[in-house]
Write a new protein. Structure first.
Length: 214
């Protein structure tokens, strides 16, 4: 099963992608996580990506496409994967389709998690990420057992720099300009399915499982 998660920043793509990956035993591939790991490790890619991410801008397509194409070619992707945060532009989607076609494959579903802009800033200001393992929480909607301590690894929780309200608004604008056109792109290819992302995390997941099958 090859799945793409679409939706605004903070819509819940990562939250649902992790649950999909666990239920269907496929890898969760998050380009945001890959970039943050590169930044943490001080790689050249990380240094380049950071200058864009800090401004709420997209990293240029040429720094993203090869990385994802290489990743989906790895052995653990043989039975599928869930892509979270990629593609984010039409050229990225076209490059992915081309690479998949060469492999004799295609995407099964692009799942659009719908959340209106009004809800997003609140979502993002409450998002907390573990500095150690990258797990994501929300101070109200997905709290940890102990305040400010990761449930899985006891790492410290932080508010991502790019989740501060001034950057979130910028990212939303970028989303509407560059990423939202993918909804039409996948609709035309008959791959788009939509779920309401404003309801409980578990209810969103139930809706996704209904689409993907038990
Ligand atoms: P969100 O949780 O808002 O969906 P991500 O963790 O997916 O954010 O991405 C964080 C940042 O990493 C983005 O704002 C962007 O700068 C960069 N990024 C991630 N994926 C891509 C991509 N496919 N193309 C370009 N930039 C990307
Ligand atoms: P994305 O990957 O699309 O940027 P995340 O999965 O990181 O989004 O979710 C953004 C924030 O909203 C996180 O703090 C997460 O815990 C919270 N969240 C995710 N889904 C829901 C939901 N259905 N209801 C309330 N909060 C949610
Ligand atoms: Zn952790």
């Amino acid at each position: 099963m090859r799945i793409i998660m679409l939706g605004a920043p903070g819509a819940g793509k990562g939250t649902q992608a992790k649950k999909i990956a666990a239920k269907y035993s496929i890898p969760h591939i998050s380009t945001g996580d890959i970039f943050r790991a590169n930044i943490k490790n001080g790689t050249e890619l990380g240094k380049k990506a950071k200058t864009y991410m800090d401004q709420g801008l997209l990293v240029p397509d040429e720094l993203v496409v090869d990385l994802v194409v290489d990743r989906v070619n790895q052995d653990d992707c043989a039975n599928g994967y869930v892509l979270d945060g990629f593609p984010r532009t039409i050229p990225q989607a076209e490059a992915l389709d081309k690479a998949l076609m060469e492999m004799g494959q295609s995407i099964d579903y692009a799942i659009n998690v719908e959340v209106p802009d009004e809800n997003i800033v609140q979502r993002m200001s409450g998002r907390r990420a573990c500095v150690n393992c990258g797990a994501t929480y929300h101070i109200v909607y997905a709290p940890t057992k102990k305040e400010n301590v990761c449930d899985t690894c006891e790492g410290e929780l932080i508010l991502r720099d790019d989740d501060k309200p001034e950057t979130v608004q910028k990212r939303l604008n970028v989303y509407h300009e560059q990423t939202q056109p993918l909804i039409d792109y996948y609709t035309e290819k008959n791959k788009l399915v939509e779920v309401d992302g404003t309801i409980d995390i578990e209810k969103v997941f139930d809706a996704i499982v209904k689409i993907l099958g038990e």
